[in-house]
Design a protein around this ligand. Structure first.
Ligand SMILES: Cc1cc2nc3c(=O)[nH]c(=O)nc-3n(C[C@H](O)[C@H](O)[C@H](O)COP(=O)(O)OP(=O)(O)OC[C@H]3O[C@@H](n4cnc5c(N)ncnc54)[C@H](O)[C@@H]3O)c2cc1C
Length: 468
């Protein structure tokens, strides 16, 4: 339940200047930014300990012009990054918002690393679809759990209070949209009220709310959701009730490579570096380099809603750089064989068809002919024995539409201008991924969480008279 109730006459036994709902990447970054600006801040989290979709992610945050890039000789700029984002989203994003977020991305990562010692490294060795430069910054493990761990350690070092087992159910507001406080519910059913002067909605999108997914993204009705189940669309529902504008509600991050039945993310790096996908008939069915988000629906459309990722030992070793992939190995999801025929037998695929698909991709890698799906296989070696395979399906990872915010992360009204003291970032806000399934550029999720989170925290501090 997520309600807006009148604030008039409501008492708040506890008052904090800045209140943040949600302790994922967005909420924790917002809290750090508000704290750095001199504001007292409290974070409320519905779970017993913070994790969110952030902990399920690969922890990859894109940013341009960072100190980590410069140290590795990577020349990248906000303008190049903005062009990559807009190209993937077919120019459907507000160019001013894209420019503002890309311009702030480098300073945000430098601030998290240098001031708060969040352990990020530059990810090298492969590029995600649509990235023209190495600009992903992630924990060395490439694990979102380590990202949330680093942010929690920073919050703890800064003395920021995080109250867990605190699901916010009600916002108390005036008719003009000024929020005066919230009501939260404890697991035992008891309720508490906390007053605030500025509120940051960092409680992400609506992927965990099947009814809202069916309404806004009908093509994904009934599809597997592999994001944080506690993200039930509260920010969107509250914002709409307060008169906020919303945008791009049909946009989402899907993924066409979730190991079945183990439900473990298999990195798309395998596809980018030479791997390919086949269906149950052993046949390729798409250009794997268009993007992993749109690949979700393509995989779901195959017989049985599944596909097989086919790759070799070189790519298996690349996969082992990822914690999720190592988990998939441990779980027995990866099939390995000395020949393609033996692999086909292990996977229950027709050997002739799988061998033909392999020969086709080997020829394309050698520069012979053009791919019927438009993928460029050159520049990477053709696959060589021994071979590996993993059965995957397509899934919804998180929603990308949400509340419209300005470049300071202030939530905008439907009739123009910002709401008085409401901010949003991450999955709660409208993202930079266009209108549908195929506008998501890798990293757009944590980009909005970290950059808009930092902006929201700074602006919230300003609204309570702190910072500049
Ligand atoms: C498997 C997977 C891999 C991904 N990999 C990447 C990647 O490598 N790079 C990338 O950029 N993006 C990635 N994403 C997307 C990325 O994880 C999200 O975009 C990002 O984590 C969103 O951050 P957030 O803080 O907005 O939300 P979350 O991290 O989900 O945090 C929201 C928090 O709010 C809490 N909450 C919700 N409602 C309430 C309430 N009413 N009261 C109190 N608390 C509440 C939730 O419990 C949760 O802890 C991935 C997603 C998935 C699922």
């Amino acid at each position: 339940m997520s309600e807006i109730l009148p604030a008039a006459g409501v008492a708040f036994p506890l008052q904090v200047p800045v209140l943040v709902i949600g302790a994922g990447a967005c909420g924790l970054v917002a809290a750090l930014a508000a704290h750095d600006a001199g504001a007292d801040v409290l974070v409320l989290e519905r779970d017993p300990s913070p994790s969110g979709s952030t902990a399920m992610s690969s922890g990859m945050i894109p940013a341009a012009g960072t100190a980590l890039q410069m140290a590795r000789g990577v020349v990248d700029t906000p303008a190049i990054m903005a062009a990559d984002i807009q190209a993937k989203a077919h120019g459907e994003n507000d160019p001013a918002m894209v420019a503002a977020i890309c311009a702030a991305s480098g300073p945000t990562i430098d601030w998290l690393v240098q001031r708060h010692h969040v352990p990020l490294t530059l990810v090298e060795g492969f590029l995600y679809p649509g990235h023209s430069k190495p600009r992903m910054h992630a924990p060395a493990s490439r694990s979102g759990a380590d990202l949330i761990g680093g942010l929690l350690a920073a919050a703890q070092a800064a003395g920021i209070d995080i109250v867990c087992d605190a699901r916010v159910t009600v916002l108390y507001a005036d008719p003009d949209g000024t929020v005066h406080g919230v009501e939260l519910q404890r697991p035992d059913g008891s309720r508490e009220r906390i007053g605030c002067q500025a509120l940051v909605l960092a409680c992400s999108g609506f992927g965990g709310n099947a009814e809202m997914v069916a309404r806004h993204i009908p093509e994904l009705q009934g599809a597997q959701y592999y994001g944080h189940t506690g993200n039930r669309g509260d920010a969107l529902l509250w914002g709409e009730a307060l008169g906020a504008a919303t945008g791009q509600l049909g946009a989402y991050q899907g993924h066409g490579s979730l190991a079945m039945p183990q439900a473990i993310l298999i990195t798309w790096a395998l596809m980018m570096e030479g791997g390919f996908q086949v269906n149950a008939a052993g046949a390729r069915f798409s250009c794997e380099h268009d993007g992993y988000s749109e690949q979700a629906m393509r995989v779901i459309a195959q017989p049985g809603g599944v596909a097989w990722n086919i790759y070799d030992e070189r790519l298996h070793r690349l996969g082992l750089d990822f914690e999720d992939y190592r988990d998939a190995v441990k779980a027995g999801a990866i099939k390995s064989a000395a020949s393609i025929e033996a692999l086909a037998a292990l996977c229950g695929l027709p050997a002739d068809a799988l061998a033909a698909s392999l020969r086709e991709t080997q020829a394309l890698a050698a520069g012979q002919g053009a791919d019927r799906f438009g993928r460029d296989f050159t520049g990477k070696p053709g696959l060589a024995a021994p071979f590996h395979a993993v059965k995957v399906t397509g899934a919804l990872f998180h929603t990308q539409g949400g509340l419209l915010v300005d470049a300071d992360a202030r939530v905008l009204r439907r009739d123009g201008g910002p709401l008085p003291n409401l901010l949003a970032g991450g999955g709660a806000a409208c993202g930079l991924s266009g209108k549908g399934r195929d506008g998501y550029l890798s990293g757009n999720g944590l980009l909005a969480a970290t950059v808009l989170g930092a902006k929201a925290g700074r602006m919230a501090a300003k609204l309570v008279g702190k910072g500049d």
